[in-house]
Design a protein around this ligand. Sequence first.
Ligand code: UD1
Ligand code: UDP
Length: 365
Amino acid sequence: MCVVGARPNFIKIAPILAALDKAGRVGSLLVHTGQHYDRQMNDNFFADLGIRQPEINLEVGSGSHAVQTAEIMKRFDGVIDQHRPAGVLVVGDVNSTLAAALVASKKSVAVFHVEAGLRSFDRSMPEEVNRILTDQLSDLLFVTERDATENLLREGIASSKIHFVGNVMIDALRQNIMRAIPAARTLSAAGFAAPDAFALATLHRPSNVDQVETLARLLDTFEEIGRDLPVVFPIHPRTRRQIEAGGLGAKLRSASILALEPVGYLEMVGLLAGAKLVLTDSGGLQEESTALGIPCLTLRSQTERPITVEQGTSTIVGNDPAQIRAAYADFRKDGGKRGRIPELWDGNAAGRIAVILADWLKAAA
Ligand code: UD1
Ligand code: UDP
């Protein structure tokens, strides 16, 4: 039973479902918790990535962390009883990930976690709590980088459960890059003439968008950078809500910011492929910019994906305008980090997961 709930989950599950299906290796049921539900955050991803309609949708919608997590748990409980899966596969670090893992574990159903072991060492991030707890509950832990294995071993997880398989996000990227929608088309559909060169920005971390002063400073910094290199900015609904609540809408009307609604996956890959620079607090975009060799200024004070800094194109710059400005000046001077592709980020991670899962399930049967 594969469980998804939020935008980055959809991208991760697409190559996994395809690999499980291949040659009928492992049968699957797809459960959607309903954490993300808008056409732009949900339906477009199922269409772009060719993911089948989930067999089960819990339709939980939005809520506080406690309410959302609890509601998923309540609704998922009966689903487990009804279907008695041989195991529950969860991806990433969102509330849906932890909620499903907790329910399965309490019912003595095996938990398989894809993208295990990443740690920001900052427990004020809701995702960090989700990651630590999900990993403690998991029977198989699939990791994207070797640092993650070290983190898990330090937390007392048996090495026999840990498998370094590579990165399914990069499987999806490689499978779809040839189908990407050119940036000029996406921009023109939104009423913008495509600039010769542009930066791509996204923001959605509570630490960047939930306080109006921080968000205002970041938008001002985008505006300033945008005067030199126009900033294409697809806006997450959390961020949109905060911009409206904080009365910051006028900042988006600057000619140097090309504000968009959240874009579909094929549009995003096209924007990424065309961008000179990425400015983001997204986990997925840090990885995708590393895979594509595009310099990325990571607008956070740390990352749970250190390989994107050590080997990839990411530079941690936080959310202080002076630091972002300085990093942008460096990028302008030397073109930014080029990096190299991390080990096993080769497009075959989901295939490795499917083989390990098939063996595990056979042994457990
Ligand atoms: C969630 C994940 C985060 C992940 C992000 C990916 C948790 C704790 N957070 O954050 O790790 O990086 O998804 O995008 O699980 N909303 C809509 N339409 C939607 C979905 C959300 O308008 O389809 C709005 C609602 O106002 C909602 C808010 O966005 O309250 C936040 O949604 P939520 O899923 O709680 O958290 P994200 O910020 O999206
Ligand atoms: N993404 C997208 N359209 C957007 C913003 C993001 O297709 O408007 C994709 C992007 O490829 C990114 C992925 O969604 O890697 C992950 O989403 P997000 O940044 O929401 O979550 P995170 O990876 O930070 O958990």
